[in-house]
Ligand binder design. Sequence first.
Ligand SMILES: Nc1ncnc2c1ncn2[C@@H]1O[C@H](COP(=O)(O)OP(=O)(O)OP(=O)(O)O)[C@@H](O)[C@H]1O
Ligand SMILES: [Mg+2]
Length: 302
Amino acid sequence: MASLREAVSVIDEKLSLADKAAILVEALPYIRRFSGTTVVVKYGGNAIAEGDGGSRDETLESFAQDIVLLHSVGLRPVVVHGGGPQIDSLLTRLGIASEFHEGLRVTTAETLEVVKMVLLGQVNPSIVAQLNRLGSRGIGISGADAQLVRCTPVSDHHGLVGAVSQVNAEVLHRLLDDGFIPVVASIATDESGQVYNVNADHVASAVASALHAEKLVYLTNIEGLRLNVDDPTSLVRSIGAEELRDLLRQGTIVGGMIPKIRSALEAVDGGVRAIHLLDGRATHALLVEIFTDIGIGTMIHA
Ligand SMILES: Nc1ncnc2c1ncn2[C@@H]1O[C@H](COP(=O)(O)OP(=O)(O)OP(=O)(O)O)[C@@H](O)[C@H]1O
Ligand SMILES: [Mg+2]
């Protein structure tokens, strides 16, 4: 993503007023096309933690500016956030071990307490605060509120990790209709009311399908899907669902990319037409993807 970063600084220094105007004009057809449509943005805890905006607050601010701009030109953005590194950090401070299985955090009752503390007490309010500082009406909500996200246990190995079984889209439609920007923390409840930790990629994908979203964008800490995770030149620019299923079987996709790709495939099945994986550490990656002709990251299609 160095290329995008460099491009942004070159743009700042070199662009004439006419060039800047041309960029706004370039955005016009995209604004017209996407105005009124729903875009679900998964903001990875890794993108927040490692952003290139300088301090963590600057990274969040750049992200919030993008979301507020989308909202201001008539899109209906929904943010779903993760918090992997932030949860790791508190677990370490408390001396609790982290364990992952197939890219998902094995969650004991004790781990769940920490997950809730970090997502609901730290990450969610900091995103909401940035949106509201910019004059918009961000509203924090978790999947447990108003039974927004219902789940069942993923497996016997994972403990209190949920698989999404249902999304109550009406809750989000109402918030969006009233001009709020929902910021969703990825916990959910089963039918008995037990709270579960759900991977935020899966929540984002289920929310995108339930809202019939135009786009689902995953902002993470890598520029997209790589055929070889250690080789930056192996970035996949565009890929169909069938080929992606083959890659999953081959074991090219590991760790946190597993839930991302599995949930992206679920979104394809759920009718979401455009799915993008982008480096959310890069300043304004979201705006570049949605409002310019430049294609960045990985696009996943049916
Ligand atoms: N084939 C692959 N291509 C690209 N990244 C991969 C691949 N296989 C594994 N990864 C890993 O997936 C990671 C991204 O997932 P991860 O869960 O860590 O972040 P996130 O979902 O953005 O954050 P959070 O889980 O906090 O919401 C990358 O940092 C990368 O190391
Ligand atoms: Mg993740």
